[in-house]
Design a protein around this ligand. Structure first.
Ligand code: SF4
Length: 401
C-alpha cells in the first residue's frame, strides 16, 4: 500500500511512502529490521491498484490525486536484490502519474533501468546513503549492499543524467567515517558536482538496543554500543555536529534535523519535485532571515509560513491523519484522537505538545516563553516561543520573561 509517510512529517518533502517487503541488504543499524525483521507489506498489485482507483475514498487517495511526492522507501531499499524487480514494475505505472518520486537507496541493480523508464522526466530525487568509504567496513555493517565505490559510481551516473542526487551520511559514525574520510568523500562529490548532503545520527535508543540480536550487536561494535547505551549518544552527537561544520565550511549544502543554521537544501529539493510537504527548516530559515532581535513568536506566524499548499485546506473527518499522532507520540494521540481532521490541526498539536517528535519546541533555537513559571499563551491558548538566534543545547527548553 502507498501510505501517509508519518515518519517524515515536517522533516521530509514526501507526504506519501511506499515500502517493499523485507529488505535484503542486512544493515546492522537498520531501524526497520530492528523493529520488525519479518515485516511484510502488501504485494505489488496493491499500490498499482491504488494508482488507478477511480474513486477518492481515503486521505491517501486524496494526496495521490493531488500529485504529492512519494518516498520509495523509508523502510526498505528499492534497489536491493530482493526488491528491484518490483520497483521496476511499479515504475512503469508510476511514470504515467504526475507524482514525483523521492528514492532512498544504497543503489543496486535496476537503478539505471528505472531512469530509462522515466525518460525525460527528472522529477526524481535520489538520496544515496554513504556510511563509509572503506569497503571492508561496508562489508561488515551492510553485508549485501553495494560497496562505497559502486554507490559513488551510480551517484555520478545519475547526476550526469540530470537528476538531483543527495548523499546521506546516515547514520554518521566516527569509526565508520573519519573526518579524513569525510574530506576525501566531499572532494569526490564536489568533483562530480554533487553538493547536497544530509547528515543524521545513529538512531539507537535503549529500547531499540534491547531488540538487537547478538549478531547485529557484534556488527555494530562495543564503542558504538556503549555510547548508545549512555542514552544520549554523547560522543556520536558531538561528532555529527563537528562534521556538519566541516561540510558547511567545505561549501556543501547541508541538511541535519535540528541544526541551528539556515540552508537552501529543501528549497532546492522542492524545485525538482512536483508537490511537496513543508518542513520545519523553512521556518528556521524564515526566523533567521526576518528576526534580527529577540522575538516572541505566535502560532499564527508558524502556520502562515508552514501551512502552504492545498493539503492544508482539506478537512477530513474520519481520516487517517491522526495515525501520525498515534505513531509519533501516544499521549498526544489519546488526548487529541477526536480533534485531528486536518493538517492544520496536526500542525497546531505539534506546536503545542513537546512529546511529539516533530514538535518545534524540541529545536534548540526555540524556548517556550513563561511568566511566573506558567506558559505564556496567545488568545487561542497556544504556547508562544522565544527566539534570539542562539542555540540552547541544555536546560528545560523554557525561558522566564
Ligand atoms: S538498505 Fe536500508 S532498509 Fe535495507 S537493511 Fe539497510 S538500512 Fe535497512
Amino acid at each position: 500500500m502507498i501510505e501517509l509517510f508519518v515518519g517524515g512529517h515536517l522533516f521530509h518533502p514526501a507526504a506519501l511512502e511506499w515500502s517493499h517487503k523485507k529488505c535484503s541488504n542486512g544493515c546492522c543499524y537498520c531501524f526497520a529490521n530492528i523493529n520488525n525483521e519479518e515485516r511484510f507489506s502488501s504485494d505489488i498489485k496493491s499500490p498499482i491498484r491504488q494508482l488507478y482507483k477511480g474513486k477518492t475514498v481515503t486521505h491517501t487517495d486524496k494526496l495521490l490525486n493531488m500529485n504529492h511526492t512519494i518516498c520509495i522507501s523509508n523502510r526498505t531499499d528499492p534497489f536491493s536484490r530482493e526488491n528491484y524487480r518490483d520497483t521496476l514494475a511499479l515504475a512503469t505505472h508510476l511514470v504515467t502519474k504526475k507524482n514525483s518520486i523521492f528514492i532512498q537507496t544504497k543503489t543496486g541493480p535496476g537503478i539505471q533501468k528505472f531512469c530509462d523508464i522515466y525518460g525525460d522526466r527528472k522529477d526524481v530525487v535520489f538520496y544515496i546513503t554513504m556510511t563509509t568509504i572503506n569497503p571492508e567496513i561496508s562489508k561488515s555493517i551492510e553485508p549485501s549492499a553495494p560497496l562505497p565505490d559502486e554507490r559513488l559510481a551510480a551517484a555520478k551516473q545519475l547526476y550526469d543524467r540530470g537528476y538531483m542526487v543527495v548523499i546521506a551520511l546516515n547514520p554518521l559514525v566516527e569509526s565508520w567515517m573519519s573526518k579524513n574520510d569525510i574530506s576525501l568523500l566531499t572532494n569526490k562529490l564536489k568533483d562530480i558536482g554533487i553538493l547536497h548532503i544530509c547528515v543524521e545520527m545513529l538512531d539507537m535508543s535503549p529500547a531499540r538496543l534491547k531488540k538487537l540480536s547478538a549478531k547485529k550487536r557484534s556488527m555494530l561494535g562495543d564503542i558504538i554500543l556503549s555510547d548508545a547505551q549512555s542514552n544520549k549518544n554523547t560522543k556520536n552527537r558531538m561528532y555529527v555536529r563537528e562534521v556538519v561544520d566541516i561540510l558547511i565550511d567545505m561549501g556543501m549544502i547541508v541538511a541535519k534535523k535540528g541544526m541551528p543554521f539556515k540552508t537552501p537544501f529543501f528549497d532546492d529539493v522542492a524545485v525538482k519535485l512536483n508537490v511537496t510537504y513543508p518542513v520545519i527548516q523553512t521556518f528556521i530559515n524564515h526566523c533567521m532571515n526576518t528576526m534580527k532581535s529577540p522575538s516572541l513568536i505566535k502560532y499564527a506566524e508558524y502556520e502562515s509560513v508552514i501551512a502552504q499548499g492545498d493539503i492544508f485546506n482539506i478537512v477530513d473527518n474520519g481520516n487517517n491523519i491522526r495515525s501520525y499522532l498515534l505513531r509519533a507520540g501516544f499521549p498526544s494521540w489519546l488526548e487529541n484522537k477526536d480533534k485531528v481532521h486536518s493538517h492544520k490541526d496536526l500542525l497546531r498539536i505539534t506546536w503545542n505538545d513537546k512529546r511529539v517528535r516533530t514538535s518545534i519546541q524540541r529545536h534548540c533555537l526555540f524556548r517556550v516563553a513563561q511568566r511566573g513559571g506558567k506558559n505564556l499563551l496567545d488568545d487561542n491558548g497556544n504556547i508562544q516561543l522565544y527566539y534570539d538566534g542562539k542555540p540552547y543545547l541544555g536546560g528545560k527548553g523554557v525561558v522566564e520573561l
